[in-house]
Each structure stands twice: as structure tokens, then as C-alpha cells.
Write a protein that binds this ligand. Structure first.
Ligand code: FE2
Length: 432
């Protein structure tokens, strides 16, 4: 007897038409046909059942603040930082909580059930940390929310940067952040990486730094981050977010850098939507893409996961909490359009991001948590292509969101009366 059975589902690893049985909040059976009955059943009818999407890089304190107090006219990263600095003194805990909870609702409806959010610690009032710690507790039944102490204005550069970051960690923010490329000098950036890794080692915390989010090929803080990771014994517990300067680096230098990153088991977190929007701003033509070397990093065995980074905030006026939108951009900007490539891209917003975040019991195997998303698509190719509706979102075996399928109704002679956007017109070969 099961609490829930999802029948005839396709799984991301290629298994087709299987029944998934859930008991006690966990996946307890995956078979071609489950003879048993259950309290509740969902007929997946050959649609894709995935573990939930995980976003390893987000800014929940800034989300949905677009237009406050004004729009970003140049559209650049630096004006975004300045604009956020204008808004910050007027932030209230109540408003931060309200916006964050609205975003969490959106995330759940999109099957996004794990988010790592940076929390700006530059304002010593730390209302951002207070608010998001409260949000973390509120959403815990349905979203794994991890928080990173992030010195947006620079760990050494902001007047109270050092003390504020440490206080945020004391309050319970559980990951050490940083922004070495925004410190006053390269040397200060290097010092900040050393200091922040030391704090992480002393407190037993992971590290997740905004690192080298610039087109400057000489911005090489990732080298220091990897070296300090090894020195402090933090292998596998450190993430380098963005790493856009690697796009512009000299190939010879990169041939030394990537093995060093692999030795440190750095988790790499590019943010395709934001990187393609914000980088290359000082170029005329040809214009660089500002995307780190995803294909090469994956080939070297590094764990690469994609972040959403921003949704309707001072840096990015778009976004919808949909990790498939992030992956869709990644397919294009990394030029990874082959079938095996697309599997890797899908992994980057599911299993890889779960690994970056250290989530336990994640996946689609017996014994894993019954956290699941049923998509209006037959397989991962169609999921990436269509960004389809999330028909059911399930947390610990309970349905927590549902969306009706997109069905087009046609009124043309000699045409089908309706089309299922997610299932009809799929190439029978399974895609390109
Ligand atoms: Fe970010």
C-alpha cells in the first residue's frame, strides 16, 4: 500500500513509462507496473517526472524590487550595485519578508524547491539577514532555503564589512560569501579570499563567493580561491559563482587553472541569464559572451550548476523563478545543443545543483525524498525546449502545487481540434 502512486512516468535518466510509489514521504518503489493500490494516484501518461529544480545562486533580499527607487538606466552590473545601495537604507524587514515569500510562492509553482540565496551584509542594520532567516524558517516545510553572508559592497571596502559579515554568521546565516573582484585592489581581493576561507574553516562552514564577475582576463581570484580551499582543507565545500573572467582568459593560463580548481573540487556556479545580460558591456564588436567555460569545466570533472541569480531586481528586469528558463539560455550561450550536452545541462539545474547545495536524499531512486515535479513534456529535451507547465509539484509525497496543461484549441478545417503543447509534435527520434 502506498500513499501516492504516479503511473506511467518518464524519468530524466531515460526510464520510460514506470510507476513510482511513495510511502512515508519517500520513494519506496519504481517498477514498470505497480500492482498495489494507493490513497492517491496521478496518471503521468508518459510525461517527465523529475526531482525538483534547485537554484544554487539567488538574491532573495533584492528580488521583486524592480523600479525601487528607480530603474537601472545603463543596465550594467555597476549601476545595479549603485542602485541597490540607494534602495538599501529604506529596506524594512516587513517589506523584505513580503517580497521573499511572494517569490517563494512563485518558485514552488515552478517546481523550484531548493534555493541558495545570498544575503547582503553591507548595511550594519542587517535587516536583510533578520528577514531572510525568518523566511527560511517559514518556508522550511516546502523549500530548502540556504543563506550566504554576502558583503555586496566589499568585505574590506565597506566601512563595516568585516564586522557585519561576522555578525550575520553569528545570527545563523550558514555560508560564507565574498566578492573579491569588487574590493578596492586586486591585493585586497586576494586578502579577502584568504580571510573568508579562514573564517569558513574556523567555523566549519561552506564558502560561496561571487568571484571574478568581470570581463577582465586578469581577474584571477578563482586561482586564489582554489589554492586557499586546498590550504584550509575545504575541498568540495567551496563554490565559485559567476567566474565570467574565465571567458576572456588566456588559454594557456586556463590550462593550469582548471586542474587546480578540480584539485580543490570547486563547485562552479555560472548564471547564464545574468552573465549574458551584464557582461561584455565595455565591448563594441565583436562582443564577448561573458560565460565561463562550462563545457571544459564539466569535461574536467568539476561540478557545474546553474543559478537564476536575479528576478526583477536592480540587475535584471526579467526572470520568472523558472530554472528551465535558466537552462534554456545555458543551452544557447554554451552552445551545448546535442543530446548528451542537454542531459548535462538538465543535470546542472537538478542533481548538480543539489550536490552544490549538499542536499541529502535528493533524486529519483528508492529511498530518496518524494520531492517531485511532473512536467508537461515527454523527456528532458522537450522540457528544455518548451519550458513546459509544472502539472504537479510534490513535496514529501504531498501535492503542493498544480498547473493545468497548456492545451491549444484550434478552429481550422482539417486540423486537430486541440494540441497538447508538451506532448504533440515531438520528433519520434527524441530530438536532435
Ligand atoms: Fe549574484
Amino acid at each position: 500500500m502506498f500513499d501516492l502512486i504516479i503511473r506511467s512516468a518518464n524519468l530524466p535518466d531515460g526510464r520510460q513509462g514506470v510507476d513510482v510509489g511513495v510511502r512515508g514521504g519517500k520513494i519506496s518503489a519504481i517498477e514498470k507496473t505497480l500492482a498495489a493500490t494507493s490513497g492517491e494516484e496521478i496518471d503521468a501518461t508518459g510525461r517527465l517526472l523529475s526531482p525538483p529544480f534547485c537554484d544554487p545562486h539567488f538574491h532573495m533580499d533584492a528580488t521583486l524590487s524592480l523600479g525601487l527607487p528607480r530603474m537601472n538606466v545603463s543596465g550594467t552590473l555597476l549601476e545595479g550595485i549603485a542602485l541597490w545601495g540607494e534602495l538599501r537604507p529604506s529596506l524594512t524587514k516587513e517589506a523584505l519578508i513580503e517580497r521573499a515569500l511572494r517569490y517563494c510562492d512563485l518558485a514552488v509553482s515552478q517546481g523550484l524547491l531548493a534555493i541558495r540565496s545570498h544575503v547582503d551584509t553591507s548595511d550594519p542594520r542587517l535587516v536583510t539577514a533578520e528577514a531572510l532567516l525568518e523566511v527560511k524558517e517559514k518556508v522550511a516545510p516546502y523549500i530548502d532555503l540556504q543563506l550566504v553572508a554576502f558583503p555586496q559592497d566589499g568585505y574590506f571596502r565597506a566601512p563595516d564589512g568585516v564586522a557585519s559579515l561576522n555578525r550575520a554568521l553569528d545570527m545563523g546565516v550558514g555560508i560564507v560569501g565574498g566578492i573579491p573582484h569588487f574590493e578596492r585592489t586586486m591585493a585586497d581581493g586576494t586578502r579577502s579570499v584568504e580571510a573568508l576561507c579562514r573564517i569558513a574553516a574556523e567555523r566549519g562552514l561552506p564558502v560561496d563567493m561571487h568571484c571574478d564577475e568581470t570581463d577582465d582576463p586578469l581577474s584571477r581570484h578563482i586561482e586564489t580561491l582554489a589554492a586557499e580551499t586546498v590550504r584550509f582543507g575545504l575541498q568540495g565545500r567551496v563554490a565559485g559563482s559567476h567566474l565570467t573572467s574565465m571567458h576572456s582568459m588566456d588559454n594557456y593560463y586556463v590550462s593550469k587553472l582548471i586542474p587546480l580548481m578540480a584539485e580543490a573540487r570547486i563547485n562552479v556556479i555560472p548564471n547564464p541569464l545574468i552573465n549574458i545580460m551584464l557582461q561584455g558591456r565595455h565591448d563594441t564588436y565583436p562582443k564577448r559572451r561573458g560565460m565561463t567555460r562550462v563545457k571544459e569545466l564539466m569535461a574536467a570533472g568539476l561540478n557545474v550548476s546553474f543559478g537564476h541569480d536575479c528576478v526583477m531586481d536592480p540587475w535584471y528586469s526579467m526572470g520568472s523563478g523558472d530554472m528551465l528558463e535558466v537552462a534554456h539560455m545555458a543551452v544557447h550561450v554554451t552552445q551545448m545543443g546535442g543530446i548528451e550536452d542537454k542531459r548535462k545541462i538538465f543535470d546542472a539545474i537538478t542533481v548538480n545543483s543539489a550536490k552544490t547545495m549538499g542536499l541529502e536524499g535528493y533524486g529519483l531512486d528508492i529511498g530518496c525524498k518524494a520531492d517531485l515535479v511532473l512536467l508537461q513534456a515527454a523527456d528532458i529535451n522537450e522540457a528544455l525546449r518548451l519550458k513546459p507547465n509544472r502539472l504537479f509539484v510534490i513535496k514529501a509525497g504531498k501535492i503542493i502545487a498544480r498547473t493545468a496543461p497548456r492545451i491549444g484549441e484550434l478552429f481550422l478545417d482539417g486540423r486537430p481540434a486541440s494540441i497538447d503543447i508538451g506532448l504533440d509534435y515531438i520528433p519520434q527520434t527524441g530530438g536532435s
